[in-house]
Write a protein that binds this ligand. Structure first.
Ligand code: BDP
Length: 707
């Protein structure tokens, strides 16, 4: 039953639970190894390392380690945490080539045995690298791994690993489902909420090195001294953790704040205004990261207002930032206010001709798919199409279209699916991951952004399993080739338990969850058929709004003959934006992966699927499968009722029940709606709908959060 709430484990500690290690021989071994630590406490970051070790070893092992920073201390340390500048003798052990390969943030973690004494070494070129290495070692302890033969070198494959907070100055969070914004602007800079430190710890533990504090739908106010003082305070808190702050820049700020009559990037007074503004920002925040910009999209101002290109807009800001080593993350999520023949084509059409025109310190930030964070989308055709432009990935961690705050949907398999896809941009083997690692552009400016799911809820992310998406994002930004399953296992061990069978169950639930959501929401390539504006729940009937490309009927195109969006040459030819190999594969319904079928093709209801069943039957069975899978997840979780602490167990259990209920809602609403066109019966395996179509169409959830 529920524990007294103040005693409950509410999930605040995220994956840094540092649960006591109960297996005594394991704990004893760790203790022996870690009781004496070499660490020269010479910087704020080294202090952070020491504090984290004290906390973690205290909680996991009831150990208060002893520290020394002298090379000739009498007892040999079991753990050495040092860069060669702090301990020159390391140069005898680690070659200069090895150090060079680590770069600025990479670390080396190695067990060295000399005679009878075993030492663990964490080394790297910077203090931040040592911090990352320390978290890696703590991860080993948290997952009860052996320290005997570690030999690990790890350097991030992308340079900018950044959370995007869609947080407004009034603390509302656009598409946020976990309470209010954690940035308490009103009390900053005088009050430092302790959560900022835990935020920094959590991010540093997974290698995130940047945070964009403010919404892409930007408020120019954040660029005023009133806010900059507050931003500077956050930057100060985050600095020892290797986290830089960035802000969103509203394109029209020179008019709104500076009183200019234009924001035209070609006008000298506009450039001058930005130059001065940027200089001012750096006075407050000497290591300010730069700007993230949403321009010419969904009503945001941008260079198009002056008939200028996206490159002209981006380069103006880049020029202002260059002297300070700041960067511009310019979003590719650009689409005009007029309804296009296909919204999926717009960003590519806008940006492709500008390849090579962006300044060196501009990186174009591209969503994983061309529409908008749908439960599943094929990769964005800009990946591979801009060989001379650094492109960074934008994933959404907050689950706007994926069940928001109550559905357990582990997103890493979806991230992985996109990252691993071959774009064929330069023949086979040019994966999306390779492109964002800079292998095509050759640029060192590389990155991955995740739209944050963090808020003031005690467990940070609303749904406890939302934490896994934040965790997985960080891990994949560091190394896009990691396996989502391994990340799930590791997260589950650190967050819940090391018991192998529980870990197996939790991992199974997680690995099932994305496919389940796709099945009960948008199977077989369907997309954008959710409730109007808040995007919560089904809304395949949404039509006749002020713009077609925000309606469901525009995307599913269901009629008496069939369903799906024809993006082949016979239709919008969005497919033409991909490499010929992809066009060939996806262009033919017989070879198009089933998961993208209705994304690219409009097909008759009686179209025969590889299973031998009709398209209609397959759609219906996929919806049913989604419901079945949501139940499977619930039952699997229930089997853990005695393994997981009560508060966390109950939250997840309650939410899984909501998920099952809503999976049924999705299935019934969508199938009844599509049946009007297909005029065919449900296959016998499909459960009878609970209500009429009319009921679902009239059911309108009120006050959905996050809009
Ligand atoms: C859409 C969201 C909207 C965001 C927009 C964006 O519905 O709230 O402002 O993306 O990415 O998914 O700019």
């Amino acid at each position: 039953m529920l524990q007294h709430p103040t005693l409950a484990n509410d999930g605040y500690r995220l994956w840094l639970q540092y649960a006591p290690i109960e297996k005594s021989d394991l704990a004893e071994g760790y203790k022996q190894q870690l009781q004496q630590i070499y660490l020269s406490n010479t910087s704020a970051t080294m202090q952070v390392i020491q504090d984290e070790l004290d906390l973690a070893l205290g909680k996991m092992l009831a150990l208060s380690p002893r520290y020394s920073s002298s090379n000739n201390s009498s007892t040999a340390p079991g753990l050495i945490i040092a860069s060669p500048s702090q301990r020159p003798s390391l140069n005898e052990m680690i070659t200069s080539e090895e150090y060079a390969a680590l770069g600025e943030e990479g670390y080396l973690l190695r067990t060295i045995s000399n005679g009878k004494k075993t030492q663990i070494l964490i080394t790297g070129n910077t203090d931040i690298a040592l911090l990352y290495g320390t978290y890696e070692l703590l991860r080993k302890l948290q997952t009860h791994s052996s320290l005997e033969k570690i030999n690990l070198q790890s350097s991030p494959k992308t340079a900018i690993r950044v959370l995007n907070h869609w947080d407004n100055p009034d603390r509302t969070v656009e598409r946020g489902y976990a309470g209010a914004s954690i940035w308490d602007w009103h009390r900053l800079p005088d009050y430092i909420h302790p959560q900022y430190l835990d935020y920094a710890r959590a991010n540093a533990s997974i290698g995130i090195n940047g945070t964009v504090l403010t919404n892409v739908n930007a408020n120019a106010q954040v660029l005023t001294p009133y806010f900059l003082r507050k931003v500077a305070k956050l930057a100060e808190v985050f600095r020892p953790y290797g986290i830089k702050v960035y802000l969103t820049a509203r394109f029209s700020a020179p008019m709104e704040l500076g009183g200019l009559s234009t924001a035209d990037p070609t006008q000298p007074e506009v450039q001058e205004w930005w130059d001065n503004k940027v200089n001012e920002i750096y006075e407050y925040i000497p290591d300010f990261g730069g700007f993230l910009v949403k321009a010419d999209s969904e009503g945001q101002p941008g260079p198009q207002n002056y008939d200028r290109s996206q490159a002209q807009g981006a380069n103006m800001l880049a020029q202002a930032l260059k002297a300070h080593q700041g960067i511009v993350m310019w979003r590719a999520f650009v689409y005009t206010n007029e309804t296009p023949d296909d919204r999926a084509k717009q960003a590519y059409n806008e940006f492709k001709p500008l390849d090579g025109d962006f300044d060196d310190n501009v990186i174009v930030q591209v969503k994983n798919g061309a529409i908008d964070f749908q439960p599943r989308e094929p990769f964005h055709p800009m990946f591979g199409a801009m060989p001379q432009t650094p492109l960074m990935m934008e994933f959404q961690i907050t689950q706007e279209y994926l069940g928001q705050g109550t559905h357990l949907v582990y997103l890493a398999p979806m991230y992985e699916e996109v990252l691993d896809t071959d774009t064929y941009a330069e023949g086979p083997g040019t994966t999306v991951a390779g492109i964002i690692e800079g292998r095509q552009s050759g640029s060192l400016l590389t990155g991955m952004a995740g739209v944050s799911n963090i808020g003031t809820d005690r467990n940070w992310t609303g749904h406890l399993f939302g934490q896994a998406n934040w965790y997985a994002f960080g891990k994949l930004a560091w190394d896009p080739s990691l396996s989502s399953e391994e990340i799930a296992e590791e997260w589950s061990q650190m967050t819940f338990t090391n018991d192998p069978s529980s870990t197996e169950t939790i991992t199974r639930i997680m690995m099932l969850s994305h496919e389940a959501a796709v099945n009960y929401m948008t199977p077989l390539g369907l997309h954008h058929i959710m409730g109007w504006s808040h995007h919560y729940g089904p809304g395949p009937w949404v039509t006749d709004k002020h713009r077609d490309d925000w309606t469901s009927t525009y995307y599913h195109q269901a009629d008496r003959l069939g369903i799906g969006f024809d993006r082949t040459v016979k239709g919008s030819n969005a497919l033409g934006q991909y490499a010929p190999e992809i066009q060939k594969l996806y262009g033919n319904p017989a070879t198009c992966p089933e998961k993208y079928l209705l994304w690219f093709h409009h097909l008759p209801w009686e179209y025969v699927m590889p299973s031998g069943r009709s398209l209609w039957e397959e759609i219906a069975l996929h919806y049913q499968k989604g419901v079945d899978q949501s139940r499977e997840m619930l039952y699997a979780w229930q089997s853990l009722s005695t393994e997981i602490d009560p508060a966390r167990y109950h939250q997840v259990e309650s939410f899984l029940r909501i998920q099952e209920k809503e999976a049924i809602w999705w299935k019934d609403a969508c199938l009844l709606y599509f049946q009007q066109f297909s005029q065919r019966p449900f296959p016998k395996e499909v459960e009878k709908p609970e209500h009429s179509l009319e009921y679902y169409q009239n059911y309108e959830p009120k006050f959905v959060p996050g809009i």
